[in-house]
Design a binder for this molecule. Structure first.
Ligand SMILES: *Cc1c(COP(=O)(O)O)cnc(C)c1O
Length: 475
């Protein structure tokens, strides 16, 4: 299997060659040159498999440059009940991503049972093991630099802690994350993890990462890398739980399901789109946004109009706060019949800060066959849905999953199970849960009192030169 760029001007690459990089050299995103197809016989056989065995079967269609035994071992050590131990609502940890039944034909799928209680662990844990494996083989090292306002940074740190040849430098806005999120990251004592609290906002931290990454000489000399959501291996890992959710919600492979996905950068739902392209019987993919409704607008109107994000203090589902959806280009590539010239033209506009409108094009006429629906949920909807789910189903939802359920209920299909992807646990968003329910969310027992653990973090001004120096002294 080889990987091509959505912009068509990069040489095809093998999986391990794109694993450690970000964008393709032409500015596009990598995708498989074609989507592997899953036969009915395979689907029938896969229904009986454990999560790790299913993950191996799916990933081996995308990863053909790691020996079978090695890939099997990497996947087996990633998807264990010990790593994904934070089940709730009576879920079976051995299933890794179990379903919670809300009512007949309506489920949540727990993707947030990993170490940081958010769905990013599903892919990031695999990425950690893949990075270590490939770097060991090649006798190389990498220094991951990132900026985080919460979920991504902690998932990256828990995936990379203690890994050979990997160091992580994670910038976060000083004092802007919740006490729980700070404790999650800053209490890590691993020698290869460096937390830098920048005196400023998330955007200041993000700007520093951009400035350092734009310095090509520094980047090459100090082997600076990233683990952001455009990383192909992250998308590939996420395909697996769509298959697992399908098998758990149905009795036979003649049935169809729908998924509702709380979306930000379009990474999670992009994996659902690919699962569907591979032949998984998904009748509908429901995209849910929060107040940052760039994607909802596109799926309703054909207009993609990136714009400044609404502040997190207003939205309360912070991991869906985006201005541009970084993985969206992958879907558009498929929608326009995989024509890189069209993608280049559309993104020339996006990169200038302009919108594009597909509504009057032949491409838009093909939308129905991709099976999407969309909707948005604002703070008041979120609060109402959290109350509703607890009252009606006795299930406590986090703020992102509440956005998903709100929109899912608007787009159910008769006689087709709807699976709402649970992207985080309520324990991560105590403040909003308190606002909605007047009570504290349940926190997994092993995370009780983590705010009291010693913390390992340095506070620095948002000064590019000083942060470069900090990195140089530690790599
Ligand atoms: C990252 C994240 C999302 C958004 O996922 P995308 O892949 O960016 O669409 C939704 N919910 C939570 C809790 C997240 O951490």
């Amino acid at each position: 299997m080889r990987y091509i760029s959505t912009r068509g001007h990069a040489a095809p690459q093998a999986f391990c060659d794109i694993l450690l990089g970000g964008l393709a050299p032409d500015g596009g995103l990598y995708l498989p040159e074609s989507y592997p197809q899953v036969s009915r016989a395979e689907l029938d056989a896969w229904r009986q498999l454990s999560y790790a065995d299913l993950a191996y079967e799916i990933l081996s269609k995308f990863i053909t440059d790691i020996p079978v035994a090695d890939l099997k071992a990497l996947v087996a050590k990633t998807y264990t009940a010990e790593v994904y131990c934070h089940t709730r609502n009576g879920g079976d940890a051995a299933q890794i991503t179990p379903l919670t039944r809300l009512e007949d034909g309506l489920y949540t799928q727990e993707l947030s049972n990993g170490p940081t209680l958010a769905f990013k662990d599903m892919a990031m844990q695999l990425l950690g093991n893949l990075f270590e494996y490939v770097l060991d083989k090649r006798n190389e090292s990498i220094n991951i630099l990132g900026a985080t306002s919460g979920d991504t940074g902690s998932a990256a740190e828990y995936a990379m802690r203690g890994k050979h040849n990997v160091k992580v430098f994670m910038l976060s806005p000083d004092g802007k994350m919740s006490a729980f999120q700070r404790a999650q990251m800053y209490s890590l004592q691993d020698a290869n993890i460096f937390n830098i609290a920048v005196t400023g906002l998330f955007d200041d931290a993000q700007d520093i990462v951009k400035a350092v990454s734009n310095d090509a000489v520094f980047k090459a000399k100090y082997k600076i890398g990233a683990v952001n959501s455009i990383n192909w291996a992250r998308v590939a890992a996420q395909i697996v739980y769509y298959f697992q959710g399908y098998f758990l919600a149905t009795k036979s492979n003649d049935e169809q399901v729908a998924f509702a996905v709380p979306s930000g950068n379009f990474g999670n739902i992009c994996a659902g789109h690919i699962a569907r392209q591979m032949g998984l019987p998904i009748a509908r993919l429901v995209l849910a946004t929060n107040e940052n409704d760039v994607l909802d607008e596109f799926f309703r109107t054909g207009v993609y109009r990136p714009r400044k994000a609404v502040e997190t203090s207003i939205t309360s589902s912070p991991s869906m706060d985006i201005s541009k959806a970084s993985n969206f280009e992958r879907f558009i590539f498929d929608l326009v019949g995989r024509d890189p010239a069209v993608v280049r033209e559309l993104w020339a506009r996006v990169d200038k800060g302009e919108a594009f409108d597909l509504s009057a094009t032949v491409h838009w006429q093909k939308m129905p066959k991709f099976g999407f629906a969309s909707g948005k949920s604002i703070h008041a909807d979120r609060i109402k849905t959290i109350r509703f789910a607890l009252g009606r189903y006795n299930v406590m939802l986090d703020t992102h999953t509440a956005d998903g359920l709100k929109v899912a209920l608007e787009h159910r299909l008769p006689n087709i199970p709807m699976i709402v992807l649970e992207t985080a646990q309520p324990a991560k968003f105590e403040e909003t849960i308190r606002e909605a329910l007047g009570t504290e969310p349940v926190r997994p027992a092993d995370l009780a009192g983590i705010e009291k653990l010693p913390q390992r973090v340095v506070v620095m001004a948002p000064d590019v030169a000083a942060i470069k120096q900090f990195i140089v002294e530690r790599v």
